[in-house]
Design a protein around this ligand. Structure first.
Ligand code: ADP
Length: 597
């Protein structure tokens, strides 16, 4: 008798000692409980625990805080609870996330008596009269009511069994109707026909006679020592756990106090902590709770998780796209404008080129016009000579005095004169021809002689023109020969204009060719009167003329021809102070930038 009462006495003593020890620390004992049947039901269910603790820890307030899954997590994290009573699945999750540590496992609850190790299962229920759902596999394509996807016995236990059958409840059911806590709602959904079946905690159907009549548990499994019908494997009972911040003295006091709860006195009893390995295995298989990181995220899951980022990114891409389009449009518009501008410029240049060619042609004709006043006399001479020879031939034939030699001599003179006239005319024709500017490689000395011949051929009393060649042998130019001739003709004509009224010795014109590093220089000098500095500064201005019949365009056109060849035309007083010297400088073939243009 005494021996039997020793452990009881010892327990009572320990309990009092621990309670007193903790009581010195003070404070309210706050116990968070998972409200799977609703807040009121939870408080009611766990009231015996609170009563026992108040009794064992005199002077201490004990508060039961009933919360749902997420709120309980939050309260534990914020240290608003010291103990947690929750389902095994949630406990395993808290174990890894917040360091929850089980101190006891529920032995018997308010439901049917069970063993602590074999206590929690889940039942797939359907209406008793529904023949459609006989096996778990029959759930495929059905509407199923659940309290929530985080519910342990209300979802995850059945999920494990369905997964073993190759069924994914998230995709293979016709509808997964989430009704929320309390769990009665699941039965209500099945009863009302809103769902074909529902997942509930095992033993729930058995807890009320009317439910037992109305519903049937699908595919019940024989589980040793488990009193209720279960469609799943069974797992250890709910634990009570401490958190990292829980005072160890309080934990010890609570453990001892709860172990004191005796069957018969209390509807709830506790035992030493059970092994929750089977819960770990279940969660590992389903890749949930602490094993969620094993799950390879699907695109949809990623999209669901990161949709604000995704939406932002898509928004940015869309904005980028719109901006790119806008820029593209602007670029196209600007390109079109530029093309139009380039076209207009080309047209303008073509028109300009045409007018320049026309102007040059007019200038050539004008030079010819000015020179050709005497052209008639020039042609008259050979024509008169030819006439004279012809008359003389006729006379001699009439007098029968024409020897073959005399006839030959007269005819060859006539031919010579005709050739001279034809030469003058062909040069003029070539010079006056209207044509497009073209460049060719020419011998500058030959070019100067040709210009001098043309000039002299058109004058009755042509002044002597001296050509002084100081060029290295083989010097060549790539130029528009006709344009250069035009310049030379202009310069020669101006020189003759400036000296024709002077004594014969001042009429001499000299053309000198030389070459230096800046190119080939062709200088035309006369021995006329010197010009005033004022006059000299206006020489190249268009329409500057001192002649009664002058146009004042010759020199300005000559200068533009020189520049178009990459060269220059300059005027200076002659070195001996007599007359002017005009120097046309052209880049020779080694340096001509426009060669072949
Ligand atoms: P134009 O011969 O029709 O007058 P130019 O442009 O050829 O037109 O010449 C412009 C002016 O420059 C001439 O009117 C003349 O006054 C002066 N000039 C040109 N060459 C000489 C020169 N060799 N000696 C003196 N004056 C000249």
């Amino acid at each position: 008798m005494f021996a039997r009462s020793v452990p009881a006495l010892l327990g009572a003593w320990l309990c009092c000692w621990a309670a007193l020890a903790w009581a010195q620390g003070g404070g309210t004992v706050r116990i968070g409980v998972l409200a799977y049947l609703g807040a009121d039901a939870a408080v009611e269910e766990w009231t015996p625990v609170a009563t026992q603790l108040r009794r064992a820890l005199p002077g201490r307030a004990v508060e039961l805080i009933s919360l749902d899954h997420a709120a309980l997590n939050e309260a534990a994290q914020a240290r608003r609870v010291d103990f947690i009573i929750t389902n095994p699945g949630h406990y395993v999750e808290l174990e890894s996330r917040l360091g929850a540590s089980r101190i006891l496992t529920l032995q018997t609850g308010s439901t049917l008596p069970t063993s602590a190790w074999q206590a929690v299962g889940a039942a797939v229920v359907t209406l008793a009269g529904n023949p459609q759902v006989q096996r778990l596999a029959d759930l495929r394509g059905q509407r199923v009511a659940v309290v929530g996807k985080e519910a342990f016995s209300g979802y995850q236990l059945v999920w494990r069994e369905l997964a073993a059958e190759g069924i994914d409840p998230a995709s293979d059911l016709r509808q997964l109707l989430v009704v929320g806590l309390p769990m009665d709602r699941v039965l209500e959904a099945v009863a009302s026909g809103a769902a074909d079946a529902g997942f509930v905690r095992a033993c729930m159907v058995e807890s009320r006679p009317e439910w037992r009549q109305r519903f049937r548990v699908v595919a019940p499994r024989p589980e040793m020592g488990f009193a209720c019908a279960t469609s799943t494997r069974v797992y250890p009972n709910w634990p009570i756990a401490t958190l990292r911040h829980t005072d160890p003295a309080l934990a010890r006091a609570v453990t001892i106090a709860l172990l004191e709860m005796r069957a018969g006195d209390s509807p709830i009893t506790w035992t030493v902590p059970a092994d929750y390995q089977s819960v770990h295995e279940m969660q590992r298989e389903l890749k949930i709770g602490p094993y969620a990181n094993l799950r390879v995220p699907t695109l949809t899951a990623l999209a669901q998780r990161y949709w604000p980022w995704l939406a932002g990114l898509l928004g940015l891409i869309a904005l980028g796209g719109v901006y790119t389009l806008h820029v593209e449009r602007q670029v196209q518009a600007r390109t079109a404008d530029l093309r139009q501008a380039a076209r207009e410029r080309e047209e303008l240049e073509a028109r300009l080129r045409q007018s320049r060619e026309q102007a040059e042609h007019m200038a050539r004709l004008s030079v010819l016009g000015e020179l050709s006043g005497t052209l008639a006399h020039e042609l008259n001479q050979p024509l008169a000579a030819i006439g004279n020879y012809a008359q003389s031939l006729i006379r001699r034939v009439d007098q029968q005095r024409l020897s073959p030699d005399a006839a030959r001599e007269a005819a060859s003179e006539m031919a010579g004169q005709a050739e001279r006239a034809a030469g003058v005319l062909s040069r003029i024709r070539a010079f006056a021809r209207k044509r497009v500017a073209q460049r060719q490689v020419v011998d500058p000395v030959a070019l100067v002689h040709e210009a001098v011949a043309l000039f002299r051929g058109m004058q009755v009393h042509a002044p002597p023109v001296d050509v002084v060649d100081k060029l290295p042998a083989g010097t060549m130019l790539t130029v528009d020969a006709l344009q250069v001739q035009q310049v030379l003709l202009n310069l020669l004509k101006n020189g003759w204009d400036a000296t024709r009224h002077l004594p014969a010795e001042r009429q001499q014109l000299t053309v000198t060719l030389r070459r230096d590093t800046s190119g080939v220089h062709i200088a035309v000098r006369d021995r006329g009167e010197p010009l005033s500095t004022g006059q000299q500064s206006h020489l190249f201005e268009p329409f500057f003329t001192t002649k009664a019949d002058g146009m004042g365009l010759g020199l300005s056109i000559c200068r533009s021809i020189a520049e178009a060849h990459g060269g220059r035309l300059d005027a200076s007083a002659a070195e001996d102070g007599l007359g002017l010297q005009f120097t046309l400088t052209l880049p020779d073939d080694d340096r001509n930038p426009t060669r072949g243009a």
